[in-house]
Design a protein around this ligand. Structure first.
Ligand code: SF4
Length: 398
């Protein structure tokens, strides 16, 4: 069977992966389509990890392959400069999760990998690719692998996954009776256990009906620009006027000195200014690349940043230092890896066995941090003045 490399797959205007965005901000998809699609290194790593995951699933469920063919395919992936050793452990965890679902059925279920699903019945001209679909005993599982660690993705009411599930229902309900849909997101860098959520096929279809008018608006580029968390991965996020206006609207509070604004106003200022620092930095990056391309950004120019000194040849330099009698201890820094870095090197299972289970790692509470009221973490009720002082003292010593 021929498979299309993940990076070369076509994308629908209203993609399932962008659904949380165009469902909230209907004109965003058409606006994004006018901008170049730049792929970040994290996204490229995600694509590579998906290809490894696909290989493992195909070997297990679709087209059994000998160890040599599998080893050769893995060798190619490992030769990719973007390859990281935890891609192997994480995709194996994904495979094991899928195996656990398959083995829980009393008779072998139907398993399909990287299934292109047509979403056109609900979203104009839309389609997507579901990582894995398992069907048996009136149950359907729709599973997605996520390589990222920046943003934890929950399965609950996840529109991308619900769209894949709708597409799968359309494709398979002729052949299988499906009553319940189980959605899972395996994101090993974030969750120890996959995030899972279930919905009846009837409720899922009702949701599909409910989004049809929104999808039609989005397809036509109609509606209001709505700024929110969904702007995070929008291609227009740096230069979108609605977002810039919203971020800059915080200025109206600036002339007021802190003692004059109430805590209620502080809350509003913080809410409006959320993301302003990262947006400003991203906008500067975008303006720099525009200037470097020969474009004009009024009042700005590109200059050479602060340079740094580099060894012409580190081996030759260090050999010369040693030869002249400099003690090696002065030349190298030897420091223990952080717990997080060590977990990455050892892999989760080995890390638990060697460090966590014998009690060699102590969990310490993080410093208090301000979060929006919608944040899922429990609020800290009260903190004593002494603790407050300690945390300030600690931060000074950092
Ligand atoms: S940045 Fe936000 S408001 Fe602007 S188009 Fe994108 S999703 Fe909509």
């Amino acid at each position: 069977m021929t498979t299309i490399a993940h990076a070369e797959r076509p994308h629908a205007l209203l993609s399932a992966s962008g659904a949380h965005r165009w469902l909230h901000c209907t004109p965003s998809a058409r606006l994004e389509a006018t901008l170049p699609d730049t792929t970040s290194e994290a996204a490229k790593k995600g694509t590579l990890a998906h290809e490894i995951a696909e290989l493992k699933l195909r070997k297990q469920f679709v087209e059994p392959m000998g160890p040599r063919k599998f080893a050769n395919a893995m060798k190619k992936f490992k030769a990719d400069p973007l390859y990281e050793s935890d891609m192997d452990t994480h995709t194996t965890a994904y495979l094991e999760y899928i195996q656990s679902i398959v083995h829980a059925f009393s008779s072998p279920p139907y398993v399909v990998v990287e299934k292109k699903v047509d979403l056109g019945a609900f979203v104009p001209e839309s389609f997507g690719t579901s990582d894995c679909i398992i069907i048996g005993g009136k149950q359907m599982h729709v599973i997605d692998y996520k390589n990222g660690q920046g943003v934890p993705v929950s399965a609950e009411n996840n529109p991308q996954m619900m769209l894949y599930a709708l597409g799968a229902l359309q494709a398979y309900s002729m052949f299988y009776e499906i009553e319940t849909v189980h959605i899972s997101i395996v994101q090993p860098k974030v969750w120890d256990e996959p995030s899972s959520w279930s919905i009846s096929a009837t409720d899922l279809l009702a949701w599909g009906e409910s989004i049809k008018p929104i999808a039609a608006k989005a397809f036509n580029g109609e509606g209001e620009y709505v700024v929110g968390d969904h702007c995070g991965f929008c291609r227009a996020r740096n230069t979108c006027r609605a977002r810039v206006d919203r971020l800059m609207s915080v200025e109206q509070y600036a002339p007021m000195k802190p003692p004059l604004i109430s805590w209620q106003e502080v809350g509003e200022v913080l809410r409006r200014a959320e993301g302003i620092v990262s947006w400003y930095n991203a906008l500067k990056e975008a303006a720099l690349s525009e200037v470097l391309k020969g474009g004009e950004v009024s009042g700005w120019k590109a200059v050479e940043g602060r340079g740094s000194r580099q060894y012409a040849d580190i081996d030759v330099a260090f050999a010369a230092l040693k030869e002249s009698g400099i003690d090696e201890a002065l030349l190298y820094e030897r420091k223990p890896l952080t717990v997080a870095a060590l977990e990455k090197v050892l892999g989760k299972a080995e890390y638990r066995k060697l460090l966590e289970e014998p009690g060699l790692v102590r969990a310490e509470a993080g410093k208090p941090t301000l979060a929006p009221i919608s944040d899922k973490r429990e609020a800290i009720k009260r903190i004593s003045a002494a603790d407050d002082f300690k945390s300030e003292e600690e931060s000074r010593n950092e």
